[in-house]
Design a binder for this molecule. Structure first.
Ligand SMILES: NC(=O)c1ccc[n+]([C@@H]2O[C@H](COP(=O)([O-])OP(=O)(O)OC[C@H]3O[C@@H](n4cnc5c(N)ncnc54)[C@H](OP(=O)(O)O)[C@@H]3O)[C@@H](O)[C@H]2O)c1
Length: 282
């Protein structure tokens, strides 16, 4: 480990949405590196899933029920984590789901669009901003006064990492209108909080995964094979639909780096780069 990296061994963090997909892979990775996690999800994790996380390494993870959009959720998650582990060092704000419109937007009642927008904004920018700020209140006293070493750098920092989406950085199709608006707002939250929390030596970054090969989205693409084919034709790397574990190296880097903040790392096999190409010969 270089003098500029930190470790999550022995540290305590919050992970939202750890029962499946990206969050499940993050939970295993944190436990494998000796970190301690309070994992908050809407439903039960399976016994097999719980055992797989526990077996990943010498860290620990406790799985708890919490709707992250419920009133008081941010306080409840932070208080419970501190009660269990006596400290809080990092936050992985990952929970969420995509509302997809499958009928033409021009034929949709205004109230249906408004309800979807409210739901997506509750789960992404609102839940993220409130939880991150509440967590930072606990993290700041530990991290703001860390001494610098002979290079002038501090060798540890608080870390907040949000799971965004390619929808945060490029326009997506009309089926993801509400989702894309909320994910883009969450990028704005990431950038603002990086500025707000920098003086407290807390870094705020995000990942923007492309399209995952998980069960939920797979059902959607089975109904819309033309959209699947379009995505497949627009990534530089294969597979075009990523395994959720593919985000782990970047997430672990963002937890243990001590200088990156306000950044969003796009993990999409080149999908967004492709949208900027001048000439695309197929
Ligand atoms: N799948 C993709 O293609 C894709 C691409 C880019 C970004 N993302 C983002 O990645 C993140 C994780 O999604 P995923 O693909 O890994 O999906 P997933 O497998 O369905 O996992 C979503 C997780 O979020 C939890 N969750 C959902 N609503 C919640 C709520 N109100 N309160 C607490 N927990 C809640 C779920 O808990 P329960 O299972 O217990 O309900 C589950 O643990 C999301 O933010 C999503 O927008 C997904």
């Amino acid at each position: 480990m270089s003098a500029f990296e930190s470790s999550i061994k022995g540290k305590a963090g919050i992970l939202t949405g750890g029962s499946s997909g990206f969050g499940f892979e993050m939970a295993k990775a944190v436990v494998a590196r000796g970190g301690r996690l309070a994992v908050f999800s809407a439903d039960e994790i399976s016994d097999a899933g719980r055992r797989e996380v526990e077996a990943a390494g010498d860290g620990e993870a406790v799985f708890l029920h919490q709707d992250i959009t419920a009133p008081g959720a941010a306080d409840a998650m932070v208080d419970e984590t501190v009660r269990r582990y006596g400290r809080l060092d990092f936050l992985l704000a990952n929970a969420g789901f995509a509302i997809r419109f499958e009928e033409p937007l021009l034929e949709m009642p205004a109230e249906k669009i408004a309800a979807a927008m409210r739901t997506q904004f509750e789960i992404f920018p609102i839940a993220f901003a409130t939880l991150a700020l509440r967590a930072a209140r606990v993290m700041a006293p530990r991290y703001r006064n860390l001494p610098t070493n002979e290079t002038g750098h501090r060798v540890d920092s608080g870390a907040i990492v949000a799971t965004l989406s390619v929808a945060s950085v490029i326009p997506l199709r009309d089926d993801l209108l509400a989702y894309a608006a909320a994910k883009r707002a969450a990028l704005s939250v990431t950038e603002s909080l990086a500025a707000t929390l920098g003086p407290d030596n807390i870094r705020v970054n995000a990942i923007a995964p492309g399209f995952a090969n998980t069960a939920g989205p797979r059902k959607f693409y089975d109904r819309f094979p033309n959209i699947r084919a379009d995505i497949e034709s627009h990534t530089h790397l294969k597979p075009s639909f990523l395994h959720p574990g593919a985000v782990v190296p970047t997430v672990m880097h963002l937890l243990t780096d001590n200088y990156a903040t306000g950044q969003c790392v796009v993990l999409d096999g080149g999908y967004t780069n492709n949208t900027r190409l001048y000439f695309q010969e197929k």
